[in-house]
Design a binder for this molecule. Structure first.
Ligand code: V55
Ligand code: FE
Length: 502
């Protein structure tokens, strides 16, 4: 055999093989990719008998090696479920079978280019949904939805995690091409409130807002325009109002055409806080201006007459090192830190043009949550994964570029007091999710569940269960996994009595 033919055979073999390279071709952990089932997981401590339900979580997990220039947020959605009942826990993980996942699997290779950039895709997938379903998983009207904000929900079987509908349009009533990863749930009506941005297609300045009733039918729709096109990752819903925060994470079509990802942070842009009446036609929307800020998640929101309060995790500048700064500014660690910040406006004042901001607590963190039964109404208790730099760090981890998220903090807005659970000097915590102690338990009475990565064990995952009344005491139980587990962006708790019977 001549060396020439063996070279071209090598090229073919190289084109066919799956090879992620160092750290999966990206910063951080390599992809997980395995779909797993564990019955009766190993437990340390005792899972309270009263806990009955499922903790669902989802995050990006690359199916094939990412394209050069891609970012962690573009991995295929990989769902996990911890089913907890009778003091026992089982674990299940499955990829969401999105249109994109199935197309790539059939081709045995990557067909989509970089994060939310259709110009970077293989021509064969022009009519395939780009949605990765990798950001949040929520339960409504008996359906489990895996969500990515650039596409419609993907419906998944809550017991098997098998994909049921890779493009769910609520019986054709979803006219927006997109659907937020952060819908809100009204405990009084059973409604799901949602919106889509870039709703008429790539980089369009249209947003659509929806109410979905307790049976899963769209009952309200309104369309509004945004002041500029940027990431609208989360939103706020109260009994009376709906509010959006537009941040300088701007959609950049020119850069997309050059092969870059969807966004670049434009520090010359202001923030805009838009407020409209819930249930109206959207024509009443008012936009209030603020300075350059980064805020991606809402802890809770409520209205009191004409006054609106929205609590977010807010930082001074772009918090995402993998979303580039358009004007080349270096990332300053101090301006990346997020604090629970209350945004407010008094809608009875007709001639104001700005919104108010108040930093409520000194703790530094990301991914704020609440007792989800108190969405849209006055709430008292919030939770967030925080980084307490005064806590010890294992010397073997001193080389990490950032301190791991080492605490879950409970924020009591009535007393403005906090209490924290510290995971230890060798671990990092992913987002927490609140679990009511039992059906009908008072607000904030229950547990936080969340995954800890043991950083001296290759990131091996444990689910920790912490009593919200005794945060400092440490976990009442830890569900030990024998592996790292797929990554998580967000998760939801679904009480056992709402799950379909087997
Ligand atoms: C976020 C996550 C995303 C995304 C946009 O936390 C924003 C924010 C996992 O994907 O596409
Ligand atoms: Fe989010």
């Amino acid at each position: 055999m001549s060396s020439k033919s063996s070279n071209s055979e090598n090229d073919q073999a190289r084109a066919r093989r799956v090879h992620f390279g160092e750290a999966g071709g990206l910063r951080g952990f390599p992809p997980f990719r395995a779909e797993c089932d564990i019955e009766d997981c190993e437990v340390e401590g005792l899972i309270p008998e009263e806990i009955d339900g499922a903790f669902y979580r989802v995050g990006p997990d690359f199916q094939y090696p990412p394209a050069p220039g891609n970012i962690p947020f573009d991995g295929e959605g990989h769902l996990c479920m911890f089913r907890i009942a009778n003091g026992r826990a089982s674990f299940k993980s499955r990829y969401v079978q999105t249109q994109r996942y199935k197309a790539q699997l059939a081709a045995h290779r990557r067909l989509f280019g970089v994060y939310r950039n259709p110009f970077s895709d293989d021509p064969s997938v022009v009519n395939v949904s780009r949605g990765t379903a990798n950001t949040h998983v929520v339960f409504h009207a008996g359906k489990l939805f895996a969500l990515k904000e650039d596409s419609p929900p993907v419906a998944v079987d809550p017991l098997t995690l098998a994909t049921l509908d890779d493009y769910h349009t609520f019986h054709g009533k979803l006219t927006s091409q997109t659907f937020t990863a952060h819908p809100k749930f009204d405990p009084q009506t059973g409604e799901m409130l949602a919106f889509g941005y870039e709703a008429k297609g790539l980089a369009t300045d249209d947003m659509a807002v929806y109410a979905v009733d307790a049976k899963g039918n769209i009952t309200w729709e309104a369309w509004v325009k945004v002041p500029y096109v940027g990431m609208v990752h989360d939103f706020a819903v109260t009994q009376k109002y709906i509010a959006f925060l537009i941040i300088p994470m701007a959609t950049n079509v020119e850069r997309m055409k050059q092969g870059h990802i969807h966004y670049a942070w434009d520090s010359t842009l202001p923030t805009w806080f838009g407020v409209m009446l819930r249930g109206g036609d959207g024509k009443d929307i008012r936009w209030f201006k603020g300075p350059e800020r980064c805020a991606t998640h809402v802890m809770g929101a409520f209205s009191d007459g004409d006054k609106l309060f929205v609590d977010v995790d807010m930082a001074m500048k772009n918090q995402f090192p993998f979303f580039p700064n358009l004007h080349g500014e270096p990332f300053d660690p101090k301006s990346l830190t997020g604090h629970v910040t209350r945004l407010s406006v008094d809608l009875s004042k007709k001639n104001i043009s700005d919104y108010e901001m108040e930093v409520l607590y000194p703790e530094v963190g990301i991914l704020p949550r609440q007792d989800d039964r108190y969405q849209t109404v006055h709430y008292r208790h919030g939770y967030m994964a925080t980084t307490d730099a005064s806590r010890p760090l294992n010397p073997k981890l001193s080389g990490l570029p950032f301190r791991p998220t080492n605490c879950y903090t409970h924020f009591d807005h009535a007393t403005r007091r906090t209490s924290s659970f510290f995971i230890g000097d060798d671990s990092g915590l992913q987002e927490a999710c609140f679990v009511p102690r039992r059906n009908g338990a008072p607000e904030g009475d229950g547990y936080l569940v969340g995954v800890a990565n043991r950083l001296l064990e290759g990131g091996r995952a444990d689910l920790v269960i912490v009593d919200t009344q005794h945060m400092e005491d440490g976990p009442v139980a830890t569900v030990r996994l024998p592996f790292r587990s797929p990554s998580q962006v967000h998760g939801s708790w679904v009480p056992g009595d709402q799950l379909p019977k087997r």
